[in-house]
Design a protein around this ligand. Structure first.
Ligand SMILES: C[S@@+](CC[C@H](N)C(=O)[O-])C[C@H]1O[C@@H](n2cnc3c(N)ncnc32)[C@H](O)[C@@H]1O
Length: 586
C-alpha cells in the first residue's frame, strides 16, 4: 500500500523538552515525537524498522510506541547502554525501593565525606553542593587570584589582577589549585542555604583525596590521538584521565553507588539503575557549570570545565534521576500506548554493536523501513565523548570505523574519503536489507554543500530513487545564535529529513535521471524572493529551503553552502538579530 505522504508535515517541530528526551543525554538525539510520524506513515503495525546509526535508540523507542518492531545498531557501547536502559521495563515501586536501598548502602560506605557543619546551629548535616573556583597566578606579581571572588554579578570575568592591576587573560595566566568557595546545605527552615567553606569541609575534602578507594574509581585515558584531546585543551589542564573530572568526594560517592547499583538482584531493575547512574555523570562532575543565576548544565559536546563549577551531591542527583526515569517510563510504557503492545513490546526492539556498513545481522530484503541519523561530518566526536561514561561500563567503543571527519592529528589524512566510503557502505547495506518498494528516511545537517553533495550521491549510487519521496525540515529548537553571522560550520540549527525509496524490481531500470549542476545563485535568490515571515525564522531555515528546492529539482548540492546563503541574504537587505538569531525582514 502506498504511504499517505500528505499526512507528513513539511516542517517537524520537535522541541527537546519531553520526559523521554531529557532522561539521559546523548549527542544529537532526535526526539521520539519527530520520528513517530515517519514510522506511522511508512510502516504498518508489526513491521520491522531499522536504524543503523541508532545512538541512544530514539528510533527504537518511537517504533515501540507505535507498536512496531525495531532492529537497532551502532558502534557505540554507550548508545547501546542508554537504549537498553530506556527499554528496561520495571515496576515503578521495585525501582524506587532498589534505588533507595542502593543509596542507603552507598551513603553508609561513604561515611562522613559529604558532611558539613551547618553555620546557623553547628549541626552536622549532609551538604547539597559545593561551589569550586579556578585560581590563577598573575604573571606580573605572582599573586594568586581566586576567580570566583572577582567576577561580577552577571558572571563577567575579572579584568585585572586584584593585587597589581595588571591585565587578566584566562588563556595566558597559569592555573593554581582549584578551591572550594561556597557550601550549600538545607537550613533549619528546610530551605537551601549557602554558607562559607569551614575547616570541617576542608578536612573532608583532604580525607577524600587521600582515600585509598581513589585507585578503584573507573577511569580511561583520553589519549592525544583523540580529536577531543586537542579541541578541549585537555593536556594543558592536566585532564587526560576521565576520573580527573570528578572531585575526590564525588569520585568515591559514585564508586560506592555504582557498586551498590550493580549488586541489585533483578536484572531489569539493575539495568534501569545503571542507566540512571550514567545519566547523572556529567552533572556529578566538574563539567557542571556554575552561574550566578542558575546552574548551566554540562556541555555534552566538549570536555569543557568552566572556571566556576559545582561539586553536586551524587545521591541527590541520582534520587532525582530515578524520578525522571519513572516519568520517562510512564511516557513510554504508559497506558496511552498500551493497546498497541499486542503488536510489539520492549523485547521486540534489539540493539546490535555493528558498523553501519556491515549489517551482517540482517538478511537481504528483510526489513520494512529505515529511519537513521548519521554523524554530520566533523562536528561531533561521539566515541571521544563517550569515554567519560564508558569508563564505568568497562567496555569502550571501537572507533576504527567511526564515520566522522577528523580535523586534527594523524587521522586527518584521508578522513573525508573514509567518511564518504562509510556512508556509501551504510546506504548500500540499507538498500540490501530493505524490501523492494520500501523507504528510508535520513536525518542530515551540514553547512557545507560539499558534504550534502556527498550524501546525495551516496544515496543515489546505492540504488535509491533519485528524487526523494519526501523532504522535511526538522526543527529541534534554537540552539545557539553564536556565529550565525559568520556562516561557520556548526551553526545550522535545522536538519533535513530526506526520505528515499528503494525501487520495486520493475522500477529498477527506470531510475536513471542524473542530478545536474544548477545556477546556485539563482536558486538562492528564488528562495529568498519567496520568503514568507513564517519561513524566514533564521538563516539556517532559509538554507534548508534552498537545499530542499535543489533536491527536488535534481540539482547537485556541492556548491550550496550556508555561507553563500548568508551573503545573498545580506545583499537582499536582510539583517540578523544578534539576540534571537532570526532574520529581520527588510
Ligand atoms: C547523530 S548520532 C545518532 C543519534 C541518534 N539519532 C539518537 O537519537 O541518539 C550518530 C551515531 O552514529 C554512530 N556511528 C558513527 N560511526 C558509525 C558506524 N561506522 N557505524 C554505526 N554507527 C556509527 C555514532 O556512534 C552515533 O551514535
Amino acid at each position: 500500500m502506498a504511504p499517505n505522504l500528505e499526512s507528513l508535515p513539511e516542517t517537524i517541530a520537535a522541541p527537546r523538552t519531553d520526559a523521554i528526551y531529557n532522561c539521559h543525554a546523548y549527542l544529537t538525539k532526535v526526539p521520539v515525537a519527530a520520528i513517530r510520524p515517519f514510522i506511522e506513515t511508512f510502516t504498518a503495525p508489526s513491521d520491522t524498522v531499522v536504524d543503523f546509526f541508532a545512538g541512544s535508540g530514539m528510533t527504537g523507542l518511537a517504533a515501540l510506541s507505535a507498536g512496531r518492531r525495531a532492529v537497532l545498531s551502532d558502534i557505540s557501547v554507550l548508545g547501546q547502554h542508554i537504549a537498553t536502559g530506556y527499554l528496561a521495563e520495571v515496576s515503578p515501586m521495585a525501582l524506587r525501593d532498589a534505588a533507595d536501598a542502593a543509596m542507603k548502602k552507598a551513603r553508609a560506605a561513604l561515611g562522613e565525606l559529604y558532611k558539613t557543619k551547618r553555620a546557623s546551629d553547628d549541626a552536622v548535616a549532609e551538604l547539597t553542593r559545593t561551589v569550586w573556583s579556578f585560581t590563577y597566578i598573575c604573571p606580573a606579581c605572582t599573586k594568586e587570584m581566586v576567580y570566583y571572588e572577582h567576577i561580577s554579578l552577571s558572571d563577567t570575568p575579572p579584568k585585572a589582577c586584584p593585587s597589581c592591576s595588571g591585565p587578566f587573560a584566562r588563556r595566558t595566566w597559569k592555573r593554581g589549585e582549584d578551591v572550594p568557595v561556597e557550601v550549600v546545605v538545607t537550613g533549619e527552615d528546610g530551605k537551601l542555604t549557602p554558607q562559607p567553606v569551614c575547616d570541617f569541609d576542608r578536612r573532608m575534602i583532604a580525607a577524600a583525596a587521600k582515600d585509598r578507594r581513589q585507585k578503584d574509581v573507573p577511569s580511561l585515558a583520553i589519549t592525544d590521538d583523540r580529536e577531543m584531546y586537542s579541541r578541549s585543551g585537555l593536556a594543558k589542564a592536566g585532564m587526560t584521565e576521565t576520573a580527573r573530572f570528578f572531585s575526590p568526594r564525588n569520585a568515591i560517592a559514585l564508586l560506592e553507588l555504582w557498586k551498590a547499583v550493580n549488586s541489585t538482584a533483578d536484572e531489569n531493575v539493575r539495568r534501569k539503575l545503571r542507566f540512571a547512574f550514567t545519566a547523572i555523570l556529567p552533572r556529578a562532575s566538574r563539567r557542571y557549570q556554575w552561574s550566578a543565576q542558575r546552574p548551566l548544565n554540562a556541555q555534552n559536546q566538549t570536555y569543557y570545565i568552566a572556571p566556576v563549577y559545582y561539586e553536586w551531591n551524587v545521591f541527590e542527583l541520582f534520587d532525582r534521576k530515578v524520578d525522571a526515569a519513572l516519568r520517562a517510563d510512564a511516557e513510554l510504557f504508559g497506558s496511552r500506548w498500551r493497546p498497541l503492545f499486542s503488536h510489539a513490546g520492549a523485547k521486540d526492539v534489539s540493539y546490535e554493536l555493528a558498523s553501519a556498513d556491515r549489517l551482517s545481522h540482517l538478511g537481504d530484503a528483510s526489513v520494512d523501513y529505515a529511519f537513521t541519523d548519521p554523524p554530520f561530518g566533523s562536528n561531533i566526536f561521539y566515541s571521544d565523548m563517550s569515554l567519560f561514561h564508558e569508563a564505568w561500563l568497562g567496555r569502550t567503543t571501537d572507533c576504527t570505523s567511526e564515520a566522522v571527519i577528523h580535523t586534527t592529528g594523524k587521522r586527518k589524512i584521508g578522513t573525508e574519503l573514509r567518511y564518504e566510503k562509510l556512508l556509501r557502505g551504510a546506504f548500500a547495506e540499507a538498500f540490501r536489507v530493505l524490501k523492494p518498494g520500501r523507504y528510508m528516511s535520513v536525518v542530515f545537517s551540514n553547512s557545507s554543500g560539499r558534504i550534502w553533495g556527498l550524501v546525495q550521491r551516496a544515496l543515489r549510487d546505492a540504488g535509491f530513487k533519485a528524487a526523494p519521496a519526501h523532504v522535511a525540515i526538522l526543527d529541534k529548537g534554537q540552539r545557539s545564535v553564536k556565529g550565525l553571522n559568520s556562516g561557520s560550520e556548526g551553526v545550522v540549527t535545522v536538519d533535513l529529513i530526506l526520505t528515499v525509496q528503494k525501487p520495486t524490481q520493475s522500477e529498477m531500470a527506470a531510475n536513471a535521471r542524473p542530478a545536474v549542476n544548477g545556477d546556485t545563485l539563482a536558486l538562492i535568490r528564488e528562495v529568498i524572493a519567496d520568503l514568507s515571515v513564517e519561513k524566514a525564522r533564521n538563516p539556517s531555515y532559509v538554507y534548508a529551503h534552498v537545499l530542499t528546492k535543489a533536491i527536488q529539482k535534481h540539482l547537485l548540492l556541492d556548491d550550496l553552502h550556508l555561507g553563500d546563503v548568508l551573503v545573498a541574504l545580506r545583499k537582499a537587505g536582510y539583517s540578523i538579530d544578534r539576540k534571537s538569531g532570526c532574520l529581520a525582514i527588510p
